[in-house]
Design a protein around this ligand. Structure first.
Ligand SMILES: *Cc1c(COP(=O)(O)O)cnc(C)c1O
Length: 361
């Protein structure tokens, strides 16, 4: 079988046991005589798939009863608009900008109100997380926004910002389910699923019930853009992305089977250490962000020159390690080592880079 170690930032590698189960169920899902992609979303068999997916996610993340779980199409990007549209009361939004994704989210929010960038690490190409213990939070802020793990730059918030009583909204796209999460610290958590969970095309929104407004009907807000629409209809106001919900559900069951998010975090810490220890000892390859805030999921690193970066990327690809080219805004290489990347893949990559350095130093 020709599977490679796939270090893509997204869509990204999936757990092999999940892919195998999907393959086995492809033509005839549990005696239904059809594939999940062929069945009515109103059927009992699909309703069971959706219900189990939500229940398993609630169990994994320990989601309190006063939070709704929504599966919404449009990826994480649609949420950049839905968040300010739905959470707008005073029309003031505080954003902490720690990379390309929070910057995009902030610029979209400007269409719906006044955006304050209350902290940013833009001055050093987002290679650190600013001190967020005493920010100039606006008294009128409807929410404080973060991208908790910056996929492109490779940083993660180690502690959540002090929002001074305002609700926190977090984009967890590239760290979803990578470690335990105390949901009640947030007003809303969301993420596109194609980084750390399943196939592209949906985002999962976990939102505190009292933040879901029902008065937006009267404000000409498009029906699909309202959280109350999705909440009132069990995420099936229209035809959902059934396939993605099905695959995400499989991944939730898989995570439960290996011991849940505590266990996943242990594995992720051990796995990232293999790569970071190597980068710390290497003369040829250097990490690009402050050590204290390094991401366990996305690991950008560079050599001394663009030419050498490109040579290394080509050499890794030829050796069966794919998608290591860094994002253009950082350059170099980036290894995305999400939940589904086995530690063997990271060890093999490190062995390869070590040897490359020895031979080319
Ligand atoms: C990939 C990514 C997005 C965008 O996701 P789409 O589903 O393509 O819209 C947003 N935020 C973060 C942190 C991401 O990694």
């Amino acid at each position: 079988m020709g599977r490679v170690y796939n270090f893509s930032a997204g869509p990204a590698t999936m757990p092999l046991p999940v892919l195998e189960e999907i393959q086995a169920e492809l033509l005839d899902y549990k005696g239904s005589g059809m594939s999940v992609m062929e069945m009515s979303h109103r059927s009992k068999v699909f309703q069971t798939i959706a219900d189990e997916a939500e229940a398993d996610l609630r169990e994994l993340m320990n989601i309190p009863d006063n939070y709704k779980v929504l599966f919404i199409q449009g990826g994480a990007t649609l949420q950049f608009s839905m968040i300010p549209m739905n959470l707008c009361k005073n029309g003031v939004f505080d954003y902490i900008v720690t990379g390309a994704w929070s910057k995009k989210a902030a610029s979209e929010a400007k269409k719906f109100g006044k955006v304050n960038v209350v902290a940013t690490s833009e001055d050093k190409n987002y290679s650190y997380i600013p001190d967020c213990s005493d920010l100039p939070i606006d008294d009128d802020a409807d929410y404080v926004y973060i991208c908790e793990n910056e996929t492109i730059h490779g940083t993660t918030f180690q502690t959540l910002p002090n929002t001074k009583g305002k609700i926190l909204v977090s984009d967890q796209s590239s760290m979803f389910l990578s470690k335990p999460c105390n949901v009640s610290d947030y007003g809303m958590i969301y993420g596109g699923v194609q980084k750390n969970i399943g196939p592209a095309g949906i985002s999962i929104v976990i939102i505190r019930e009292d933040l879901i407004r029902e008065d937006l009907k009267d404000a000409n807000t498009p029906v699909y853009m309202r959280y109350d629409t999705h909440a009132a209809n069990g995420s099936m106001y229209n035809t959902p992305n059934c396939w993605a919900i099905y695959v995400c559900g499989k991944v939730f069951k898989y995570l439960k089977s290996i011991g849940g998010l505590e266990k996943m975090n242990e594995i992720n810490v051990e796995k990232a250490k293999v790569l970071y220890d190597f980068l710390d000892s290497s003369k040829m390859f250097n990490g690009t962000v402050e050590k204290e805030v390094r991401s366990l999921m996305n690991v950008p690193f560079v050599t001394a020159s663009k030419e050498l970066d490109a040579e290394v990327v080509a050499a890794t690809k030829a050796a069966g390690f794919d998608n290591l080219k860094g994002h253009k805004s950082v350059g170099g290489l980036r290894a995305s080592i999400y939940n589904a990347m086995p530690i063997e893949g990271v060890k093999a990559l490190v062995e390869f880079l070590k040897k490359y350095e020895e031979e080319n130093a």
